[in-house]
Design a protein around this ligand. Structure first.
Ligand code: TRP
Ligand code: CA
Ligand code: ZN
Length: 323
């Protein structure tokens, strides 16, 4: 939602105090909200509304990159590296510390991009990620430009807000997911035991703008699941548990290593039922994404409402789980 998101109870830009009561008292006293938290309590910042136009602008850029590079952004192809360079440049300009992690798969070089937001308890890391590679058949705009753009715009929103939560924020864009989660497996396998245990949550976003969308929440970790469900309850949009191939995305290596995981998904090649169409709209008897892994997965293959809601949910979870 772009205006007056219902979960933002106080429309004070950027910050609200820990309780509505404290904020009301400070307003009556003429105090500033930012300084209203009494000593010993900490202010809790509300998540911003992520502008869906910005998310779509990233998708337009990823589409252009594919078009200029043989029609895809696949592992080992020029379109993948150009996608990574696009995301990295935005993050560098916004003050992130970026790392490109290189690996080899199917005799081709692949890359993960990791972006750390300076500050926070480095032994309490909240990580959000999405795969940035497409299949060779097409541009991969829903799969997974959508997750990549939403995570990017959330990271940029962290910078714009000057958000400095108690926990440390890390963002990741994975390579070679389409070859079997190769990049995310490489990242997890190369973490020391100590660094792995510092990751208190991994949030995965793979396909979140499907053209005939469903609203699916991963049920792996109860705390993370609750956060996403809370966001959707605030919108009055029903959700279902994600079951379209558990373990088919980059959260799987984290889960296997004992990291609490969660995420969102708007559906791939499964067919929307009549019951699902009744609660979410769209077309029953048709796939959530008819262009899954096809050449028609272009910027036309996105439902703006699903992209908007899920992007706002990414920010809601990042803000909510890090402070
Ligand atoms: N990861 C799959 C892909 O990129 C898509 C997918 C299928 C998926 N089922 C899922 C993603 C369940 C997340 C959750 O092709
Ligand atoms: Ca929004
Ligand atoms: Zn895919």
């Amino acid at each position: 939602m772009e205006f007056g998101a219902p979960h933002m109870k106080l429309s004070v830009p950027g910050r609200v105090t820990a309780t509505a009561v404290a904020a009301t008292v400070s307003l009556l006293a003429g105090g500033s909200i930012a300084g209203a938290a009494p000593a010993g309590t900490s202010a809790v910042a509300a998540a911003p509304d992520i502008p869906v136009a910005n998310v779509k602008a990233h998708l337009t850029q990823l589409q252009s990159i594919a078009t200029a590079n043989g029609g895809n952004r696949a592992h080992g192809r020029a379109g993948y590296r150009a996608s990574l360079d696009y995301v990295k440049a935005k993050l560098d300009a916004a003050g992130f510390t970026t790392t490109v992690q290189q690996f080899t798969s199917s005799s081709r070089t692949g890359y993960n991009l990791i972006a750390d937001w300076p500050g926070g308890e480095t032994n309490q890391v909240i990580m959000s990620g999405s795969h940035l590679d497409s299949v060779t058949a097409g541009a991969g705009i829903n799969d997974n430009g959508s997750g990549s753009a939403a995570v990017l715009e959330t990271a940029l929103a962290v910078s714009r807000a000057g958000f400095h939560p108690t926990k440390h924020l890390r963002f990741a864009w994975w390579g070679a997911e389409e070859l079997g989660m190769v990049g995310s497996k490489y990242y997890v396998n190369n973490l020391s035991t100590a660094n792995r245990s510092k990751i208190k949550g991994y949030l995965n976003f793979d396909m979140i703008g499907s053209p005939n969308p469903g609203y699916f929440v991963y049920d792996d970790d109860p705390g993370i699941e609750k956060t996403f469900k809370e966001y959707y309850a605030g919108l009055g949009v029903p959700t279902e548990i994600e079951t379209e191939g558990d373990g088919r995305s980059d959260h799987a290596p984290f889960k296997n290593a004992g990291v609490p995981v969660g995420g969102l998904f708007s559906g791939a090649d499964y067919i929307k039922t009549a019951a699902q169409a009744a609660k979410w709209g769209g077309t029953s008897g048709r796939a959530f994404d008819r262009c899954y892994h096809s050449s028609c997965d272009t910027t036309a293959n996105i439902d703006d409402t699903a992209l908007d809601r899920n992007s706002d949910a990414v920010a809601y979870a990042v803000w909510g789980l890090s402070q």
